[in-house]
Design a protein around this ligand. Sequence first.
Ligand code: 4AD
Ligand code: MG
Length: 477
Amino acid sequence: MKHTKVKDLLNSAVTLQEVNAKGWVRTFRNNQFIALNDGSTINNIQCVVDFENTPEDILKRITTGAAVSVTGTLVESKGAGQKVEIQVAKLEILGDSDPEKFPMQPKKHSLEFLRENAHLRVRTNAFGAIMRVRSVLSFAVHSYFQQKGFVYVNTPIITGADAEGAGEMFQVTSLPLENLPKNEEGNIDYKKDFFGKHTNLTVSGQLEGETFAMALGQIYTFGPTFRAENSNTSRHLAEFWMIEPEVAFNDLDDNMDLAEDFIQYVIKYTMEKCSDDLKFLESRLLEEEKSKPQAERSEMSLLEKLNFVLDNKFKRVSYTEAIDILRDSTPNKKKKFQYIINEWGADLQSEHERYLVEKHFKCPVILFDYPANIKAFYMRLNEDGKTVRAMDILFPGIGEIVGGSQREERYDVLIEKMKALGISEEELWWYLDTRKFGSAVHSGFGLGFERLVLFVTGMSNIRDVIPFPRTPMNAEF
Ligand code: 4AD
Ligand code: MG
């Protein structure tokens, strides 16, 4: 008999049918009631074991974590909490689990403990829910862009260009580290390396993405990116997934419209498809909030927060306005910020971004027109000669979730900027070609996928929304 997913059994309108379910035992109560989960839904199906007719040695092996197959009749449940249950006729232990040693006991575990057991934490309600939500969100990303006719582009993960300046890079080499070949000047001879040159893991697919946008019109990437910054925060990973749309003929306003519409779509889509998981995550968050002091508790529940983002336009504020607000803010005057804002030109830290979003505007904010010298070389210079057409989207509880810009499409201006920053023209010859042959206004942005998953699941540490996090000093699994 083929087994049926627990999700389908729980939704089944037909009772009194013979069914088979396979999954892992979450709990076994009173030698009689198995709560069985197979990952298809957060909900378990109750399986009622005929304990009088089941051998003692089988009953003993029904322990938390064991894999079992149950065959029996799907019946309406008399107990509270579930509509249907399985009256078990035949129970087979597929894989035993040592109840003394299985780490995922049915009790509350700390998130730190669960991180150390990332291979098993997905068997808990919370991590099952997070990973299903993550999967649906990534499908929503493709669904949004595909519906709009964007072309999905797989930009390279190993790159020869290290000029983007988005962060420190991981080097890729097949040279023997204990015996590096040297050239005549005594430097490492990368001509002998695998690619015949110095290569890294990519920090972003943008530059390659731009070349495709200048042919295909609207493109997006969705792939892994790597940053070797030593940022041990709850918002940074060394390996994370980024979504980067790039659109020919879009200016910065179009870019903001696209980002806002896109974020609202993927959140709405996920709320429709993952209601059980999100309800669970909402109650988890409520529980967690109870242990916080009143002042730090969120005013909104998870679903209220998500609905708020759907129902409200993001507030668009220039960097210059933001600096004025921050300079006059109470935490700045009382020197509560770690980095005090004194003058125009200061780079914004996450404390400032979160003040703007959480305390001042109390809604998602798009900051635009940043000082040129705190942003990347490829951003379009404004007429004022000192700001660029950059935009960052800031979210409550997260800070920066999106970074993007209108790109500098003027060859001369771009070259001058690269010269001033010492960025090699030889290395980026192919990028410059887009400005030589049919250059046009274009814009794009990058959304950090895990930061989006953080927001949607209400989790507070980015290590808890990616299956196996990579962070400084940690690459277990
Ligand atoms: O702002 P960033 O560095 O922008 C770029 O890389 C551009 N090339 C994007 C573009 O215009 N196509 O990164 C984009 C987003 C950030 O807003 C943040 O959400 C996320 O990527 N991000 C990280 N997420 C997790 N861990 C890290 N270390 C991250 N660094 C950036
Ligand atoms: Mg950024």
